[in-house]
Design a protein around this ligand. Structure first.
Ligand code: NAD
Length: 396
């Protein structure tokens, strides 16, 4: 099959196996070019197939030499249909990790469910005995509560009042104004239930009860803060409420894990192009301007640079873990630097459809977006016939 990108809204409904494999290999090569990390040897990554979770898994294996179990929700391909990108990423990751002598096992299913938690516990017992780190990197639009069956859907809305700002359609390069109506109390409750810390705590409770957390275990979840211009739609909006809950959960888990000499942290990561971040109004335009400024200053980072830095310089640096006044690890330090933010804001105030091309890195944004699905990757022959039905070794 010849595989081309196909779009439905901001979602690309096809993915290219060779391109995804190449993207994964580039991340592996990056980590291998850096100093080794004196880190954990047995890792569980929940949300391991794309974005920050995939980069965490790669950094832990190829940086710290960790065996991993990855949990995710992806669709396999068939002879006629492509798999989702995370499926191809995982197939490529497992192959590379196994060839390098590491254990890499995967579980595909709904991480919010009790069944997948139990399956993961059984696999940890069988393969590892215990895990040294649990990375929680889920980004999902919906969650079925495992005990009550209630279905929650998350929304990206401001709270209290409507919010109007610029946004971009990155396919056409058109900058327009978008107005987002405020969320209802029910929508806030739903978003917190999907993206807050309840499920993270359910995972840690289940893992602890099953006795599969090693002494000194670390658990980690990811958050975002960002600049004032995106606060109404992000940090002070519905998702921000969920992040407040996630961050509060980190404190709870940190206390809970004391008996195992363990720690729980939230790491605040920088804005990058992922399937999740491209769904947020306003944010892609901000990211296009941010990339321009950070690239010019030689500060640009993607998921893998961020996750390598998180593990090498923050969590496993050998000294105590540096946190901000709210107890969070900050690897968004370069994004939030005053000079960077001042320049981004100046560009934000002047950006329109006419100036977009010259003052933003929309091209970089677009390329990153296509590359999430294995497209626009150097060295891949997109005219070649490829079999979309790629197997993930451990799921066979
Ligand atoms: P992503 O969409 O790339 O990855 C989401 C992962 O969750 C995938 O592996 C997917 O398979 C998995 N997943 C989704 N629903 C699932 C389910 N029901 N069961 C099992 N797995 C499921 O997202 P991302 O942008 O890497 O986000 C990961 C975390 O990082 C989120 O907490 C996000 O808020 C945070 N973060 C993202 C950014 C950014 O700019 N993208 C910045 C800072 C923090």
């Amino acid at each position: 099959m010849i595989i081309q990108p196909k779009f439905r809204g901001f979602i690309c409904t096809t993915a290219h196996p060779t391109g995804c494999a190449k993207q994964v290999q580039e991340q592996i090569d990056y980590v291998k070019s850096q100093k080794p990390i004196q880190g954990p040897k047995k890792a569980l990554v929940i949300g391991a197939s794309t974005g920050y979770g995939l980069a965490s898994r790669i950094a832990l294996t190829f940086g710290a030499g960790a065996d991993t179990i990855g949990v995710f929700f992806e669709k396999p391909g068939s002879e006629k249909r492509t798999a989702t990108a995370g499926w191809y990423n995982t197939a490529a990751f497992e192959k590379a990790a196994t060839e390098a002598g590491y254990v890499a096992k995967s579980i595909n299913g709904d991480a919010f469910s009790n069944e997948i938690k139990q399956e993961t516990i059984d696999l940890i017992k069988k393969e590892f005995g215990k895990v040294d780190i649990v990375v929680y990197s889920l980004a999902a639009p919906r969650r079925v509560h495992p005990d009550t069956g209630e279905v929650f859907s998350s929304v990206l809305k401001p709270i209290g009042q409507a919010y109007t700002n610029k946004t971009v359609d990155f396919h056409t390069g058109k900058v327009s104004e978008v107005t987002l109506e405020p969320a209802t109390e029910e929508e806030i409750r739903h978003t917190v239930a999907v993206m807050g810390g309840e499920d993270w705590k359910m995972w840690i409770d289940a893992l602890e009860e099953a006795g599969v957390l090693a002494d000194g275990v670390i658990t980690l979840a990811y958050s975002y803060i960002g600049p004032k211009i995106t606060h109404p739609v992000y940090r002070e909006g519905t998702v921000g409420r969920a992040k407040d809950h996630l961050e509060a959960t980190a404190h709870e888990l940190d206390a809970q894990l004391k008996k195992l000499n363990g720690r729980a942290f939230v790491s605040v990561n920088k804005a990058v192009v992922t399937q999740s971040s491209s769904a947020i109004p306003v944010v892609p335009l901000y990211i296009s301007l941010l990339f321009k400024v950070m690239k010019e200053k030689g500060l640009h980072e993607g998921c893998i640079e961020q996750m390598y830095r998180l593990f090498a310089d923050r969590l496993y640096s050998g000294s105590s873990v540096e946190v901000d006044e709210a107890g969070r690890i900050r690897v968004d330090d370069l994004e939030m630097r005053e000079d960077v933010q001042e320049e981004v804001l100046a560009l934000w105030n002047q950006v329109d459809s006419e100036s977009l091309k010259s003052i933003s890195d929309l091209e970089g944004y677009r390329t990153d977006f296509f590359q999430l699905f294995g497209f626009e990757t150097d060295g891949v022959d997109y005219e070649a016939d490829v079999n979309p039905d790629v197997k993930i070794p451990s799921l066979n």
